[in-house]
Design a protein around this ligand. Structure first.
Ligand code: GUN
Ligand code: FE
Length: 453
């Protein structure tokens, strides 16, 4: 076969739809010189044996060992890179106070690019080691440190979508941490977009600039309008927070007399490449707006438990046609692992379906048709995330980038309870999602290249 530089043989799992996962037993993945899966062959395919022999002969074959399985690399749609420095702490107060007490003072320190480099390098290494091959990042208001994050993703081989955060409203933000003024915020953002686009041209796995108003409360109307124009001019991704908590949702309603989704749309910020975090309080018409504009939800179930005052009806929103991916929301979510987000997405949805107030009758306690399966959560973490950012990623399928993680269920520090050689692969898949630890992730591939070789 032409242009095939690597062939991987092993058993893997990949979403066909939100409900259906394909079990790919002993498949061959033929990876071309662009890092794409040019051909995927099942043992029953006519070409399988000849492709296998050829790969062996040409020394291009990597074979998974017994007890090892392949999953698509995870896509984390919502990461606050600077907040990695406070992950696991400071989750004791509501969102508004948390931002002002802990988070903005921490983010202000990223004016120091050397400090930023130290934190960001550690973060990107950690995420890759946890199987996250694509990250959508909020950096800080500082252009230089934000660019440094894009460079670190590029160097370390992760697919990074990086935003310089905009917070220009001098009435809403403290002087110690904000853009100098609206004009500067927009000029810095535009230069940042141009610089990251130049970096993108020389980055094999891709690195992308993202227009990033932190959230409506931190931006002036003119900044929001200017950012909408930049998104259109440069055709780049957009991210922000939307209808996250009672406070945030209420603030936007009071200022504009309409919901967050409508405000963002009116400023040109809801586009096919837009990803909005949280979105717990979307109304029925907001959901239609998301669907019509192609805007995706970054579902952040761990952080929602701390800050969102609610559980999002994510299954219903997805079934109404909105694209959904998962986010860790470091550090509103404390855990860098998308596996943890998968687990919490399932758990929270069960609590929404059953309800939590034992004083209520079971019939009135919960919200019907809310629970999601592990298959659905896996879909959000992979294929759904890929659709959300409009990139060919998140599936072990032809014409997708070969972004993958190899899980070894037998590593001695974290061996999994698999005792029966005939255990159905569907059950093993569920064990992988619930039990995988960082130690089990023995190799990670982005765009056909092994990261930790
Ligand atoms: N809303 C505005 N900024 C943030 C943030 O950093 N984290 C979360 N969870 N919500 C936000
Ligand atoms: Fe966030």
């Amino acid at each position: 076969m032409k242009n095939i530089v690597k062939v991987l043989k092993g058993t893997g799992f990949s979403s066909i739809s939100a409900h259906e996962v394909e079990v790919l037993e002993n498949y061959l993945y033929c990876i071309d010189d662009q890092g794409m899966i040019a051909k995927r062959l099942a043992p029953s395919d006519a070409l399988y044996q000849s492709a296998l022999q050829e790969a062996k002969k040409e020394d291009k074959l990597t074979e998974l060992a017994e007890g090892q399985y392949l999953l698509p690399g995870f896509i984390d749609l919502h990461i606050h890179a600077p907040q990695w420095a406070q992950s696991g702490t400071a989750l004791d107060i509501p969102l508004y106070q948390w931002l002002n007490t802990y988070t903005f003072p921490l983010e202000a320190k990223f004016e120091d690019t050397a400090f930023a480099e130290k934190v960001y390098a550690h973060l990107v290494d950690t995420l890759l080691a946890n199987g996250t091959t694509t990250g959508l990042y909020f950096a800080t208001v500082h252009e230089e440190a934000s660019y440094k994050l894009a460079e670190i993703c590029a160097q370390k081989g992760q697919r990074g979508l990086v935003g310089k955060v905009v917070m220009d409203d001098s009435e809403q933000n403290s002087d110690y941490y904000r853009d100098k003024d609206t004009q500067t915020a927009l000029a810095d953002t535009e230069r940042f977009i141009q610089r990251v686009k130049a970096l993108q041209a020389e980055t094999f796995q891709g690195v992308y600039p993202v227009v990033t108003p932190r959230f409506v409360p931190s931006c002036t109307d003119s900044a929001l309008a200017g950012l909408g124009k930049l998104a259109e001019t440069y055709d780049v991704h957009v991210t922000s927070h939307c209808s996250e908590s009672d406070w945030e949702h209420g603030y936007v309603k009071e200022r504009f007399g309409k919901n967050d989704a409508q405000v963002l749309k009116d400023f040109g910020l809801l586009r096919d490449k837009s990803v909005m975090a949280h979105c717990n309080f979307l109304s029925e018409s907001d959901v239609v707006t998301f669907k019509e504009t192609g805007t995706a939800i970054a579902h952040c179930p761990i952080s929602n438990a701390y800050f969102a005052n609610s559980v999002i009806p994510i299954k219903q929103f997805h079934e109404l046609g909105v694209e959904v991916g998962l986010g860790t929301d470091l550090s509103g979510g404390y855990d860098p692992s998308v596996y943890s987000a998968i687990r919490q997405a399932v758990i929270s949805s069960r609590m929404l379906e059953d309800g939590v107030d034992t004083k209520k009758d079971p019939k009135e306690r919960g919200t019907n048709h809310s629970r999601i399966t592990v298959n659905e959560a896996f879909y959000y973490a992979t294929a759904g995330g890929g659709e959300s950012v409009s990139l060919p990623i998140g599936r072990l399928a032809e014409h997708y980038a070969f972004d993958a993680q190899v899980i070894d269920t037998t590593v001695s520090q974290a061996s999994m309870p698999i005792f029966d050689k005939t255990e159905p692969l569907e059950d093993i898949f569920q064990k992988l999602l619930y039990l995988t630890k960082r130690e089990n992730i023995v190799s990670v591939w982005v765009q056909g290249k092994q990261i930790n070789e």
